[in-house]
Design a protein around this ligand. Structure first.
Ligand code: AMP
Length: 298
């Protein structure tokens, strides 16, 4: 069983071409919907009393939502960001934690023995607290971002020490270690505890570091980009979803997990919010995987 913990948000996303207000977003949302294309997925998260019933329905139809808390007194986490004209640089306009601030997460009994746990980008203290509720997962993977690195760096480092793998953006890992060389960053991540690290570089692909080897892998060549929000989380969900279909982990399986991460990330950016990833099926994923194999063959 795979359980995803993270944020569910109402996202306002502004690009020079379009603005979408208070749509369904959040790291757990993207990661769990993406993972659900590979494996039955449970979500642990909190929303507020303003969370639309239609959004709840999107989650309920795809996920086990017994771990979802609905606060009657507070509002849903709200994130407002803007992208520049080439849709590569994001500026955070507003982060309203709301329900997230005092969230005392619990998990249903049925989730306790989850073998796979994905700690999507969230308060690292909350991530560690929820992790302690599981009986002993076989594989724990986390993600983090600049907001937490700047506000709770020590806690982020403690979280990294507790996981088997980490997925992180290039700019964020450079910020975390104040180190400009991406290979050094990968080595530093693994020296802190995880068995592997994946550093994502948007359209420049991903760098996997495992067993003292570097594996640079290209991004899927997506020609349509409307909204890059959630690409990293969709990557993470597909990555752990694919891993959970395999008994063991080795470099070949990890490389394939990166390809699936890139495939789901490529779908995520083609529409606003979760619009695209909710609509694709196993066949769409297979087609992109075939295309990847074709690109790789020399
Ligand atoms: P990304 O995959 O990096 O594009 O993640 C985008 C999602 O992260 C958005 O849907 C936001 O709601 C969510 N988000 C933004 N800031 C934070 C934060 N500080 N902690 C957790 N989630 C966040």
């Amino acid at each position: 069983m795979l359980t995803v913990f993270g944020t569910i948000a109402l996202d306002t996303t502004r690009t020079p071409f379009h603005t979408v207000e208070r749509m369904l977003g959040g790291t757990a949302t993207f990661a769990s919907i993406s993972a659900s294309k590979y494996v039955p997925t449970s979500i642990v998260a909190i929303v507020g009393n303003d969370f639309p019933a239609s959004f709840l329905e999107i989650l309920r139809r795809r996920l086990d939502i017994r771990g979802l808390t609905i606060s009657q007194t507070e509002k849903t986490f709200h994130y407002d960001s803007s992208f520049d004209h080439d849709l590569s640089k994001r500026t955070t306009n507003k982060t309203e934690l709301n329900v997230i601030s005092n969230y005392q997460s619990t998990i249903p009994d049925e989730y306790v023995d989850s073998e796979y746990v994905y700690l999507a980008n969230n308060d690292p203290v909350q991530n560690m607290r929820v992790l302690a509720l599981f009986s002993g997962p076989k594989m724990i993977i986390c993600d983090t971002m600049d907001f937490w690195i700047m506000n709770k760096r020590d806690e982020v480092m403690r979280m990294i020490n507790k996981v088997d793998g980490i997925i992180i953006n290039e700019s964020e890992v450079k910020l975390l270690f104040k180190e400009s060389n991406i290979f050094n960053c990968a080595r530093l991540l693994v020296s802190k505890g995880p068995a592997f690290a994946v550093i994502n570089k948007a359209e420049n692909g991903s760098l996997l570091f495992y067993n003292n080897e570097f594996y640079p892998l290209p991004a899927y060549p997506t020609e349509i980009i409307k909204d890059p929000t959630g690409a990293g989380d969709s990557f993470g969900g597909a990555f752990i979803g694919f891993l959970s279909q395999n008994e063991n982990v080795d470099s070949k399986i990890l490389k394939n997990a990166v390809l699936h991460g890139n495939i789901m990330g490529s779908f995520a950016i083609e529409e606003y919010g979760v619009e695209k990833i909710v609509s694709i099926n196993a066949d769409d994923i297979k087609k992109r995987h075939e295309k990847y194999k074709e690109i790789f063959s020399f």
